[in-house]
Design a protein around this ligand. Structure first.
Ligand code: GLA
Ligand code: ZN
Length: 677
């Protein structure tokens, strides 16, 4: 069960993006950097992100000497390298000579040279140059003893609407619809508004001033772009592997990023990595809430390759410089957040950036080494102290998460809910709905996985799928089997309305046979105005809960009603139902409840599924990692005051003390308790 993702490293990887190419005329600084990194307990850097013009200054003129020298020096000092391919930013010579590499936006306007992550994913010239430079990199560095892994490009993002992409889209559709345009017409309901196509050549990407009314087409464009980005990423991976096949690869994801289905990209990667930049200490939510949102994405990344730790690839030492308000992390938060990553299954704590540059748009972005250049800044000292703490928790390396509970969160559903002309665009909030449900469970000390509807359900006693609006093929049957075999499955309003092409199911929502499994049919999904509300009452204990935003009129077939509406035209009608189906239970929650009320309902459901909560004090985040014969319990105090958690037993690794009963955590403090299992 223990998977060391970096066998060369004993413990946690600690480091970050480092750009020595910006300092080649300052050997004194490069030397000092190594001293400072060692002092801060840094054992790894990411080199080469956006470094293309530093080693291919002109087409075909390669000079990797600086990179080799830097990698050698780092390695000689015990610092390993994650080496990036440079495709995230094109040199000026490339755009000038190969203008096809430049992206066209959704208005059909071609960009100018500049910025980054702005290449056309279908440009043959770009792909050829990327393959060429990647191959050179691989030939020069694959056998370097300091090389840990490849980092493909950087934070893939965006769409391209150029003619080449249009052509690729059409070819993709031909394949997807078996070369049969009538299949496409049927799947996309194109007789609507006279939008019937006669050939694939007539189909365009969804330009902003073009075709956006065919929802199946919009969705397929998202899938196509995911496919195209993934294809290009795969050519990079293949190029590197042609030289040497055993070096792992990753690419860095972004929090709640919507453009591409990360789960498709994940299939090509050895490890998941992501860049975490929450807006800390803001004036609209508690620190606990900000951090729990961040944890949500950690856990989602952990779930994309379940049997392996993931990597925190970037985080900000101190502050970022691109958020609405660039506030510094308050003392102690750096360690708290780094341990949060570890607690959710990361084996790394990495930063952007090791040293602040002097110029351009990231000159004020936080770094381990400030312009001041010394080792006594607050930020440096916090990084250094974290470096020491990481040594104390070495044994968590390779352990992984597991949970009896999962939430379903699908990209296709995100896209389809956003795009459908229904509900209210102000309050649909698919992401927020899933995250809020997840957070309520976290506050009960349940640490649910976040999975896709295509994932294996068999590990879980209970699965919650809020707003599962779009159903992939076979999902109805899969849910049925899961419940029949004893699982507890809960869905909400706006479930099972459309198929994978966004065509509505006939004969009652939820479709694909789910209305039989849940024993209800949804006849109306009513959207409330923000100041509207309703109430529901639970028959068992007379408890009431507040409804916001959405409420459904349900036809109860053979489910048991557990709560009814109190007001409005739905008064006394079913709001929440359960049906015993096979050995399990299928819950239908026909309305959106206020967060806390949803939490209470979920607690009931957990109870009925026999899942024990792990009570922790308010503001304490709790996660567990498992390895052979051991588990590691993490307690993170997000409060500004000390708190005491009861029922803690085991060896606390940071203090190296046995705990037998309770543990008190100071403001922002962390405990990592190893327990024999
Ligand atoms: C992203 C990028 C980095 C850097 C940071 C700044 O995560 O990957 O190159 O721009 O943002 O926060
Ligand atoms: Zn393009």
């Amino acid at each position: 069960m223990r998977t060391k993702i970096f066998p060369k490293i004993d413990g946690i990887l600690h480091g970050g993006d480092y750009n020595p190419e910006q300092w080649l005329d300052r050997p004194d600084i490069l030397k000092e950097d190594i001293r400072l990194m060692k002092k801060a307990g840094i054992n790894c850097v990411t080199l080469g992100v956006f470094a293309w013009s530093s080693y291919e200054r002109r087409e075909d003129e390669f000079d990797f000497s600086w990179l080799k020298t830097v990698m050698d020096d780092l390695y000689a000092n015990g610092i390993y390298t994650i080496l990036a391919t440079p495709s995230g930013s094109k040199p000026a010579w490339l755009d000038k000579k190969y203008p096809d590499a430049i992206r066209v936006d959704e208005n059909g306007i071609k960009a100018h040279h500049g910025m980054r992550e702005n290449h056309c994913m279908s440009s043959a010239d770009f792909e050829r140059r990327v393959r060429f430079v990647d191959r050179k990199l691989a030939e020069n560095f694959s056998d370097h003893p300091g090389l840990l892994m490849w980092h493909i490009s950087n934070e893939f993002t965006g769409y391209c609407y150029c003619d080449n992409c249009k052509r690729e889209f059409r070819q993709y559709l031909e394949k997807r619809f078996d070369n049969d345009i009538e299949k496409l017409n049927r799947a996309w309901w194109t007789t609507f508004w006279s939008h019937t196509y006669n050939s694939f050549d007539e189909v365009e990407p969804p330009f902003l001033n073009g075709e956006r009314s065919i929802l199946g087409q919009n969705l397929e464009w998202r899938r196509f772009t995911t496919h195209n980005v993934c294809r290009l990423m795969k050519t990079e991976i293949d190029t590197l592997r042609e030289v040497r096949a055993d070096i792992p690869v990753t690419t860095n994801f972004m929090m709640m990023f919507e453009d591409y289905d990360y789960r498709v990209l994940a299939k090509e990667l050895d490890f998941i990595s992501w860049d975490s930049y929450p807006f800390l200490h803001n004036d609209y939510e508690s620190l606990e809430d900000t951090l729990l949102d961040n944890a949500f994405f950690h856990v989602m990344c952990a779930g994309m390759i379940k049997d392996r730790p993931f990597m925190l690839m970037e985080s900000a030492p101190g502050l970022v410089n691109w958020s609405p308000y660039n506030k510094y992390k308050r003392p102690g938060i750096h360690a708290l957040m780094s341990f949060q990553a570890l607690s959710c299954g990361s084996d790394t704590v990495q930063y952007f950036q090791i040293r602040k540059g002097r110029g351009c748009s990231e000159q004020y972005h936080g770094a381990v080494i400030d312009h001041l250049g010394t080792d006594d800044t607050r930020i440096f000292k916090e990084v250094e102290s974290l470096g020491e703490q990481l040594l104390k928790v070495k044994e968590i390396q390779g352990s992984i998460r597991r949970s009896e509970v999962a939430l379903i969160y699908d990209w296709d559903v995100r896209w389809a809910v956003k795009d459908c002309w229904a509900l209210s665009n102000e309050t649909k909030n698919y992401d927020r709905t899933i995250m809020d449900a997840w957070k309520e469970l976290e506050k009960m000390g349940i640490d649910p996985d976040i999975i896709s509807s295509d994932d294996d359900f068999s590990d879980y006693k209970m699965i919650i799928a809020p707003m599962l609006y779009l159903l992939h093929d076979g999902i109805g049957e899969k849910i049925g089997k899961y419940v029949e075999d004893g699982g507890c499955f809960a869905v909400t309003y706006f479930t099972g309305c459309v198929d994978k092409d966004t065509l509505c199911y006939l004969g009652g929502f939820p479709g694909q046979g789910l209305s039989d499994i849940f024993g209800v049919i949804c006849e109306e999904t009513d959207t409330l105005y923000p100041k509207d509300s309703n109430e529901i009452i639970f028959s068992e204990d007379g408890r009431k809960a507040t409804v916001k935003d959405y409420q459904e009129l349900l036809r109860v077939k053979d489910a048991k009603v557990i709560a009814t509406y109190e007001q409005d035209y739905l008064k006394d009608k079913a709001a929440v139902t359960v049906k015993e189906y096979g050995k399990g239970k299928a819950y239908y929650i026909g309305c959106r409840l206020m967060k806390k009320d949803m939490g209470v309902l979920l607690a009931d459901l957990l109870g009925s599924a026999g899942i024990a909560q792990r009570p922790v004090p308010e503001g304490v985040e709790y996660h567990v990692r498992y390895s052979d014969g051991k588990k590691f319990e993490f307690y993170l105090n997000t409060n500004e005051t000390p708190v005491t958690t009861e029922n803690v037993r085991g060896r606390e690794l940071l203090s190296d003390k046995d705990i037998d009963g309770s543990i008190t955590l100071e403001k922002y403090a962390v405990a990592v308790v190893a327990v024999d299992t």
